[in-house]
Design a protein around this ligand. Sequence first.
Ligand SMILES: Cc1cc2nc3c(=O)[nH]c(=O)nc-3n(C[C@H](O)[C@H](O)[C@H](O)COP(=O)(O)OP(=O)(O)OC[C@H]3O[C@@H](n4cnc5c(N)ncnc54)[C@H](O)[C@@H]3O)c2cc1C
Length: 415
Amino acid sequence: MAEKVVILGGGTGGTLIANRLRRVLRSSAEIVVIDPDNEHVYQPGLLFVPFGQAAPSSLTRPRHRQFRPGITFRQDAVDRVDPDKNEVLLAGGASVAYDVLVIATGARLVPEETDGLTGPGWMEKVFTFYTLDGAAALRQALARFDGGRLAVAVMDMPIKCPVAPLEFCFLADSYFRERGIRDKVDLTYVTPLDGAFTKPVASRELSRLLKDKGVSLVTEFNTGEVDGSGGRLVSFDGREVPFDLAVVVPLHGGQAYVERSPGLGDELGFVPTDQRTLQSKARPNVFVIGDATDIPTSKAGSVAHFEGEVVARNIARYLAGEPLDAAFDGHTNCFIESGAGKALLIDFNYDTEPLTGHFPSQIGLPLLRQSRLNHLGKLAFSWLYWHVLLPGREIPAVHSRMPAAGKRFSAAAPR
Ligand SMILES: Cc1cc2nc3c(=O)[nH]c(=O)nc-3n(C[C@H](O)[C@H](O)[C@H](O)COP(=O)(O)OP(=O)(O)OC[C@H]3O[C@@H](n4cnc5c(N)ncnc54)[C@H](O)[C@@H]3O)c2cc1C
């Protein structure tokens, strides 16, 4: 009998794994993708909306159009998974049986879990650019902002694309310079981390960049309350950061259905996953891709792309009764917009932190250094996303396994 693979979520990971599996599995295999809506958002583009560099309408495309022929798209929300019965229950009341399940439902923003965040001032002087509506509303607010204290704050980790709020600071610096009011804006970056970023070399380089651009850095700030009307971020240990305009990255969790599915998720709603094979820890016939996993790497589209190769191979092996390939090394690759038409690039994995040097070899894009070439790479990523990543194709010279050639390993030593 034909195997049935059911994919929950038709975003970055769900789309690219459906398209890869369509090529890898026998044509008789049935592939079904379930997602509640038919609008695929190119999330990296959200960063540019507040600065008028991208129109919200340019970031979305019909979801069903991103799938290869022979993939069924079912528009409904997952209400719960019953791993004992190999069955998915949908909000519309139907149930869908599977031989293999792929969880690709990403991360959920939970702003309501921070005291005061969605209270007075929300979407008036407290915004997020992590949603399409939020990014569009922030565009208006920034255009009206003529000076004062702008705080960019991460509520807590993990978040999608951990460099995005830093990029926001760099672009805000450029934006206010272009408007001729930079000297009237007090820009502050507020993070729960002990530095600008997680790993020492990247943290050092990015802290330096914040300093160069006149952005104050407040570290180890775990926001307990956002007082929108009073204009204050208050940490659990009683410190305060005042603001006239706040741009926040809300808390993230897994999707609510994960908590309703016995044994599937952890306390945050993420799905415990083997970090090398990408098989779930709940059941051997359940695989996980993208932001829904609990693996210790960035929640980024590039990661979902690199994972896709391993997940597709391991599903084919699982169906053939062969041992899985423990091949995923945590490879992550992110462009970091730094303003004025430049960007940095970081490339790392579970074992190697982001280092200086070049990518993907000695000749290539500069790592952790601002360059025009990297900015062009960031802009090209949008085209690659729709035409290479989502269709499940390979990017020339860029592989699932992180390249070591070109990296300056001695850079890890403190300067
Ligand atoms: C502002 C911003 C900037 C970013 N910049 C970058 C960048 O520069 N580079 C980069 O690599 N990454 C970037 N990312 C991160 C990237 O977009 C995500 O990591 C990536 O989309 C994750 O893919 P995913 O498939 O796991 O989740 P998503 O693409 O979010 O897809 C999840 C899907 O699950 C569906 N779903 C949710 N609940 C249910 C349910 N109950 N039933 C069925 N379906 C459900 C959703 O509708 C959605 O379609 C950025 C993200 C943001 C927010």
